[in-house]
Design a protein around this ligand. Structure first.
Ligand code: PXG
Length: 465
């Protein structure tokens, strides 16, 4: 059989999936035993699986479906573009209308003078591009030795060799001999887990000053750039203390280090502004974009650079590019997505109406006996699960055991909420309504109650020593 229909019975789909499909970030044998969940349809914020179960998708897919599901305007934009010009490249002195229109639209939305886009098909590719851009930039400026990039422990910047090296996930580095050369990591601004007795503002400064120490250690003439997510997403939605980013900014400026804001999750309305850099008061020289750029309807990512970097790059032939850099169909879809987010008032409404409502409800979660803190900015938030609220203690069980348990209770109760270790995270579509926010909170509370009851009955409410 070559055509796989959604209408095959679930068990058959699961067997075929297990036989032929290798999943990202998944233990294949465990999944085969359990049986993969098959998603067949989606509309608004609701997913439907192959057995007809409905779930509220509080993760917007993988932090990307900002527009929500079921916008036929994007399907029509793709179909129109496929009929007119399904593919042409942007190499060798050619271009096409969708890539021109999208670049202008992005430049109109970005803050400061971030006016130039180099396209990729994903955030990972865009971050690989960033490594090459910053090294080429300093090379062009007569400083070829200035090529080290500083990132952070528990950062996520993608899965390719370069972007996983920028990331600070040790278990990813362990598979494949990463990081690649000249990438270094400093501590993350996670006050809840690592701040000890310091107050958050003091801790924010301490962690930011690790960047200064790293620059002094390696030498100003060797450090090309610093990269960070305004709010760490895959690391657990870590919202840094308010002292952190201004200090990072000061240090980058002082030592002539390019500042790259990885906006793959924070961009396109997620934090209440168009970009996380605006919410967190960062003035980056470069940004990585993907995900919300097309709301996940088509694969596209990009590296945004400011006027000065663009003019330096334009002084040479930058030997870099992908077959699908500026793919016309992805550009047409992204353009329609941005039109709806912008002219349709979706970002504005999420920021003015939904985000304050969600924040108020989300913060009530700290009343729950399992919740040590509840953080939220715009429509991205997290709660930390703990056996002991006052000390912010971790559980005695392996990290992630309780988070996974809670996630399973969410699924069983019609809610997709992801866990990162023992933190639960949300990032719902921006079109979520206040009624749907109520449903999200109600279901999350039920999942927390069930997790609490299970921990009690299995005698797992114990803190790590
Ligand atoms: N930067 C950031 C900040 C990301 O969150 C990437 C780059 C890479 O983008 P691509 O398009 O190559 O995946 C990401 C991706 C998770 C999860 O489980 C997070 C991401 C991807 C897959 C899973 O939280 N973020």
């Amino acid at each position: 059989m070559t055509l796989i229909s959604n209408h095959l019975p679930t068990a058959e789909l699961q067997a075929l999936d297990a036989a032929h499909h290798l999943h990202p970030f998944t233990h294949g044998n465990d999944l085969e035993k359990k049986g993969v969940r098959v998603i067949t349809r989606a509309q608004g914020v609701t997913l439907t699986d192959s057995d007809g179960n409905e779930m509220l998708d509080a993760m917007a897919g993988l932090w990307c479906v900002n527009l929500g599901y079921g916008h036929h305007e994007l399907a029509e934009a793709a179909a129109r573009q496929m009929k007119e010009l399904p593919y042409y490249n942007t190499f060798f002195q050619t271009t096409h209308v969708p890539v021109i229109a999208l670049s202008e639209k992005i430049a109109s939305l970005t803050p400061y003078d971030l006016n130039h886009v180099f396209y990729a098909s994903s955030g990972s590719e865009a971050n690989d591009t960033n490594i090459r851009i910053v090294r080429t930039y300093w090379d062009q400026k007569g400083q070829p030795e200035k090529k080290k990039i500083i990132s952070r422990v528990n950062a996520y910047h993608g899965s390719s060799m370069g972007s996983a090296s920028l990331g600070g996930m040790h278990y990813m580095h362990a598979q494949g001999g990463l990081p690649i050369a000249d990438i270094h990591h400093i501590g993350q601004p996670d006050w809840y887990t690592e701040g000890g007795d310091m107050d958050p503002d003091e801790f924010g400064l301490v962690r930011a000053r690790e960047l200064e120490e790293a620059i002094l250690h390696h030498g100003e003439d060797k450090v090309a750039a610093f990269i960070g997510e305004p709010i760490q997403g895959a690391g657990g939605v870590i919202i840094p203390p308010k002292t952190y980013w201004p200090e990072i900014q000061r240090i980058c400026q002082k030592y002539n280090v390019l500042l790259i804001a990885d906006e793959v999750i924070c961009g396109f309305g997620r934090t209440g502004n168009w970009f996380g850099s605006e919410t967190l008061d960062i003035k980056p020289h470069m940004m990585t974009i993907a995900k919300g750029l097309s709301s996940g309807y088509a694969p596209i990512g990009g590296s945004l650079v400011n006027d000065e970097i663009a003019s330096v790059l334009n002084d040479c032939e930058f030997s870099h590019g992908y077959t699908y850099s500026g793919h016309p169909v992805s550009c047409a879809v992204a353009l329609e997505n941005l039109r709806l987010l912008d002219e349709g008032g979706i970002v504005e409404n999420a920021s003015k109406n939904t985000a304050p409502y969600l924040k108020e409800k989300w913060q009530t979660m700290v009343d729950h006996p399992l919740v040590g803190e509840a953080q939220i900015e715009g429509l991205i938030g997290s709660i930390a699960l703990t056996p002991h609220k006052d000390s912010r203690a971790a559980f005695a069980s392996d990290r992630g055991t309780v988070g996974l348990m809670c996630r399973e209770h969410c699924f069983a109760n019609g809610l997709v909420m992801r866990h990162v270790g023992d933190r639960m995270v949300i990032s719902p579509p921006l079109i979520i309504t206040k009624d749907e926010v109520d449903t999200l909170i109600e279901r999350a509370r039920i999942a927390l109650d069930k997790t609490y009851a299970q921990l009690k009955s299995e005698d797992m409410l114990k803190a790590a020593s």
